[in-house]
Design a protein around this ligand. Structure first.
Ligand SMILES: [Zn+2]
Length: 429
């Protein structure tokens, strides 16, 4: 310091002795770092003129000092001095310090990266759940900003962050069927929102709670308050193909739908054909009458236990089975509404025995006679034994569908399942 003053005095005296050697001085100003501020006051001045330089910091920067070389010459943003000789001044800045505050929702703590959060300088905060808890997400202003426990960001202001920790038992385990994906989000009061997003060519068809095996929602976006562990499955399937239910050879299965189709020519079967007075389409009733007569000639009494079922009836029936057995099991023996052959008005279930709706029906007089003869009268067994992979349904020796005598004979000859046979027929058309 002393030496600098001495130098200063020397220069002053030199200038006093040789005042005419230059009449102007150059004042150079620079900011460090350069992007931190706008500077005013640099330029050419007359020797002896009063100079004021000033620094206006950019957002996020804080003024520290004016320095000339190593020496601090001012600690205010405005610095006034008399121009005696050309000088270079540096305005020094540091990034602003911010407050990053973290709150825990649930049980957890935080680990901060060592540095004080400063403007533009990468900062990391890590959420650490207590034992028995798990980290869910970072929230700010009620919005999920990250689902990574280690949250890295560049501060540009104060932050108030909330880390959500939930007890382990509040887990939601997701299974996603092929054909789509699920977007997951949580809010501070543990409302979970799941959005099922099908891939091209697929459609979503239900959320299943794997514990209860129930369909808990048929909407793609499913929200619920999480109060216990849940294991959910988002189900997707190839987009079902709409088919015309009035077509006698309509392909009816799990990949197609006849929608809410209802036949217009339903008739009630007489009591000698159906004790319960079931309804079928007119031509099916006619064929049944002929077949029943032939069976009777062989000493077998046919009885239709179930015939036409409307979309709504099938809906009620399917969900009654779902409630009883769970959705996956119900699907092995009951069709969803719009996908039942019964809705066509051309399918019937025979019964009235003590082995109705069981494999044992195949061994009853009706079961045996139908297997050997039904095709001659236009009826095909829809769900044969051991073909569940193809038909989607387990063996149903009681369920027959009318497709006309000619086609039924051809079907029998083909050895195919009915659905394969009808798929071929429809492609050929
Ligand atoms: Zn049936």
């Amino acid at each position: 310091m002393y030496r600098n003053w001495l130098l200063f005095l020397l220069i002053l005296s030199a200038l006093a002795i040789f005042p005419g050697c230059s009449s102007s001085v150059d004042v150079t100003v620079a900011a460090a770092p350069a992007e931190a501020a706008e500077l005013n006051g640099g330029g050419i001045y007359n020797r002896g003129e009063e100079v004021t330089v000033s620094a206006v910091p950019q957002p996020g920067w804080e003024f520290v000092s004016w320095t000339q070389g190593e020496e601090v010459v001012a600690e205010t943003r405005e610095y006034t001095f008399v121009a005696r000789s050309s000088i270079s001044l540096t305005a020094n800045f540091r990034p602003l310090e911010y407050a990053v505050t973290a709150f825990a929702q649930g049980q957890g703590s935080f680990l901060y990266s060592e540095e004080t959060p400063r403007h533009g300088v990468a900062y990391v905060i890590t959420a650490r759940p207590e034992k028995g808890y798990r980290f869910v997400c970072w929230l700010e202003d009620g919005e999920v900003i990250s689902t990574e426990a280690e949250y890295a960001f560049v501060p540009y202001g104060d932050r108030e962050l909330t880390a959500m920790f939930l007890p382990e038992e509040y887990r939601v385990d997701l299974t996603v069927d092929a054909g789509g994906e699920v977007e997951e989000s949580w809010t501070p009061d543990a409302v979970v929102t799941l959005a099922a997003v099908p891939q091209e060519g697929y459609e979503f068809f239900g959320w299943v709670d794997m514990e209860s095996q129930q369909e808990v929602s048929l909407q793609e976006v499913y929200s619920f308050t999480c109060t216990k562990t849940r294991t959910l499955m988002a189900r997707f399937r190839k987009e079902v193909v709409p088919v015309d239910g009035s077509n006698l050879i309509a392909v009816v299965g799990k990949a197609t739908t006849i929608g809410k189709y209802a036949p217009k020519d339903l008739v009630t079967l007489p009591s000698n054909l159906s004790v319960k007075g079931r309804r079928v389409r007119q031509q099916v009733a006619d064929a049944l009458a002929v077949m029943a007569e032939a069976a009777l000639a062989d000493g077998v009494k046919l009885n239709v236990d179930s015939g036409y079922r409307s979309y709504q009836t099938q809906y009620d029936l399917f969900y009654r089975y779902v409630k009883r057995d769970g959705v996956f099991k119900a699907e092995t023996y009951s069709a969803r509404p719009g996908q039942s052959e019964h809705q066509l008005g051309t399918a019937v279930d025979f019964g009235g025995t003590n082995r109705d709706y069981s494999d044992g029906f195949a061994d009853t007089a009706q079961g045996k006679w139908l297997l050997a003869n039904a095709h001659k009268y236009g009826f095909a067994l829809s769900y044969p034994k051991g073909k569940q992979e193809i038909t989607g349904y387990k063996y149903e020796p009681w369920h027959y569908r009318y497709i006309g005598v000619e086609l039924a004979m051809e079907w029998k000859e083909s050895g195919l399942t009915l659905i394969e046979f009808l798929q071929q027929k429809n492609q050929a058309e």
